[in-house]
Write a protein that binds this ligand. Sequence first.
Ligand code: NAD
Length: 478
Amino acid sequence: MVSATVVLREYDAPAYIDGDFEPVASDWIPVLDKAAGIPIGRYADSSADQVARAVAAARRAQPGWAATEAPGRSAVLRAFARELEARHDELITLLIRETGGTAAKAEEELGQSVTQLLNSATQLAETAGDILPPYKPGKLSLSRAVPLGVIGLIVPWNYPMSLAMRALAPGLAYGNAVVLKPAELTPIAGGQVLAEAARAAGLPAGVFNVVPGDGAGTGQALVRQPGLDLIHFTGSFEVGRQITQFAAGSLTPVVTELGGDNAFVVLDDADIDQAASCAVWSALWYQGQTCITAGRHIVMRAAAPAFTEAITERVRRLRVGDPLRADVDLGPVVSEQQLRRFHDGLVLPSVAAGARIATGATHDGLFYAPTVLTGVTPDMPVFTEEIFGPVLPVTVADSEADALDLVNRHRTLMNSVFTGDPMRGLAFAERVASSEVHVNDGYARPGGEGQQAGFTKRQWIGVQTAPVTYPAWAEARH
Ligand code: NAD
């Protein structure tokens, strides 16, 4: 067992609105320990009425919170961080059980959440805007950062706490109120715990509200609420597209953080051992269930046999099991639905189309053997779709130009290129159409989830400090 393991209480996760945990009128739904398959708590779907009341409570509370002096808001955010830290051992165990990740993944997530609160507590006290250059004599021009208002926040299950916190912490810091809908698979670490900690920290009632529930009911009810000032969504392309289309009708601004069909490129002069270790780590951390997981492994023909052998050998040694055990590398995938989506929907059709299984592609319940597929061609589903599971598909490229073309065929969030010549890697990276490329490395964990921006808008205030003369017609001087 990992050292932090504690016996958890049975959690209830009802709606948290205007500072109160509400009585539950509908049925409770169990929240499962993803490895053991037994309940660790329960949540209730929030109704459209509850969502409306949560948004109304946020609307009422927001002006007072925005008017709270910066040191006061900063103190509440620091207290919020202390509340989470004080529950460290409990929350590590909870994150392991509720997400199915290892202790290392849970530590990463809790650490990021605390850091995000502390960073936001500092940033809010640092600056409130700028003084602009004068454009006319005697005019003082100020550009002031003001809160957006009420933010609707929708979060997935893979990093339920830190993906909520990356918008919640800066959102609150800059004087916004937030209504959070956590994912239905993770409403405790992603909602209930945050509500408890915020309340204990003294965040005023209504500034932060949580409406657990499914996407089709509670999620839709939230995005349909009139008057949200921002919808902040992290999740799949499909749902992101639906939300964006819907919000276009009311012109509600939407931030979408979506998935990626990320590429891991090995050029013919790469250090194979380095590339293989990084590939296994980047593809299989948290069972490959992150948006920046290395998905497509595109390898130049000369490097392909050695690279494939090196990753297969490493993958075969990985230990799959209950992530509460310290000797386990990979826990379960999060749900039967996810397993069916990538195994039945992507892996098996790719094998039927000619991909070869070097190792894996079997499962015992949700415990999926990490998998290496070779002979993957660009038309196969494991190449064309985001896998979001513990699978490394290897595709051979005939040239560097061919590799680049394959990378750029799909939308990516994060990519890697391995080469013995860093300048060759830099030149390759410059031609990758993506916001993130690493030469001879995977992505920058831990702490890779950066602080999100965009939780304020700018207000220009001009103050005429010296008398000014207006045109004669305006002053009626003719
Ligand atoms: P999902 O889109 O199915 O669900 C995400 C959230 O949206 C959940 O809370 C869900 O209940 C809600 N939702 C579902 N349908 C809805 C609807 N019609 N209206 C409103 N809300 C709705 O995604 P998921 O399976 O939970 O997460 C996996 C996806 O998230 C992957 O594609 C992954 O790449 C992406 N992701 C992206 C990032 C990032 O920062 N870019 C981070 C993590 C995960």
